[in-house]
Design a protein. Structure first.
Length: 64
């Protein structure tokens, strides 16, 4: 599974720590999501989508 969290975070001008704080998770969680070592829970995936004003499917999708 591929995700666009890192790209969207950088576009928003946020550090991993800043995004983590906004979502009430650890910086390590954001890092793990961005590197594909962790697939977020549905509530966290929805929170990311809401934060970035996107659909979950736009952020998380199958590898091409």
């Amino acid at each position: 599974m591929r995700n666009d969290v890192r790209w969207r975070r950088l576009e928003a001008g946020l550090s991993q720590g800043e995004l983590a704080e906004e979502l009430a998770v650890s910086r390590q969680t954001i890092n793990s999501i961005e590197t594909g070592r962790y697939i977020p829970s549905l509530p966290l995936a929805l929170a990311l989508a809401r934060f970035f004003h996107a659909k979950v499917e736009e952020i998380f999708h199958e590898d091409d």
